[in-house]
Design a protein around this ligand. Sequence first.
Ligand SMILES: Nc1ncnc2c1ncn2[C@@H]1O[C@H](COP(=O)(O)OP(=O)(O)OP(=O)(O)O)[C@@H](O)[C@H]1O
Ligand SMILES: [Mg+2]
Length: 363
Amino acid sequence: MGFIELEGISKNFGCNTVVNELSLSVKKGEFVSFLGGSGCGKTTMLRMIAGFETPSKGSILINNVNVSNIPPARRKLGMVFQNYALFPNMTARKNIGFGLRISGIPRTETEKRVDEMLDLIHMTQFGDHYPHQLSGGQQQRVALARAIIVKPGALLLDEPLSALDAKIRIQLRDDIRAIQQQLGITTIYVTHDQEEALSISDRVAVMREGRIEQIGTPLNIYNRPATSYVASFIGTLNMFYGSVVDAEKGVVTVGESLLRTAESISVDSGKTVRVAIRPEALSLFNNETMSDANFLPGRIETIKFLGSTVRFIIKFEDKFISMDCFNTPQFKMPQKGEQVSVTFSREACQILPGDAIPFCYHE
Ligand SMILES: Nc1ncnc2c1ncn2[C@@H]1O[C@H](COP(=O)(O)OP(=O)(O)OP(=O)(O)O)[C@@H](O)[C@H]1O
Ligand SMILES: [Mg+2]
């Protein structure tokens, strides 16, 4: 039994079903992210766990207790939202200590725990600052400290970093993860940023239209997406329609080219599938290329220098392929317009059902 159990949760607003039969078990101490596009029901699901919305169907158990009739304040959950929501007329210290003060903890004990929290969030010297004297990142640290000082059973975070700029976001997400692990606190984190979800979570639940489309470890979600939607939502991906030539041997055609996969294909020969290949799994043909690798002929259309990597957009028949190469000293940079042979292993070639989701993108 997980620490948080969501059992067949649905939520309707009028005739609009925004969470649909969602079930999930979150283990004690686990960090699970809800990842999905705008409007897929992430916030609504989190608000139901917190008690601010009531499910239309299903039940929520926290630490083996059905919380349906328990008001938010008594669910013992810490929450942090996108907008900082600090008390503007209180210093950082007062904000952090608020939960302890209202529950009647003696002043000396409160002050001691506030000091510990300020240390934990690396803000000891900012205790006497008011929210307007703090940066957005610092305000979110205070919001986090205010949420965890009361030792909540679990922490719920709804896009806590989305109002911050990129550099602060990365720093603070790493700090959130470190603090979460240090305290061993069960956490549910909502985001629409796939990199954030992959970097911070034990498991990621990819949501779509109120359902969990796939749940797994970041590695599993990235390397083994179960559906075209997940595959295209997570990272950049090359996705082509292919036709199964030999299902048993894992052979497909994409355009004029024959490709081999590492496993047999569970779709009949002659049927249409999708072939997915990550940009970093591609390379240019060289003398280290394995003899059983796949090849696609193409022409370099665009070269984007990204620092440690270089992204090439390569035209293959009427399609475009993204390929990422490390910018190592020995890397021989091809030129724009050059004819090349792109190669990738059988393992890099993943087959997904040829469903009709209109997803295929390149950055
Ligand atoms: N109180 C409400 N009344 C009616 N509809 C609502 C209410 N709250 C949310 N919705 C609708 O439910 C759907 C899901 O909203 P929700 O806020 O859960 O999405 P989200 O996944 O958090 O999106 P975002 O990434 O934009 O924050 C949306 O279509 C929204 O308009
Ligand atoms: Mg939301």
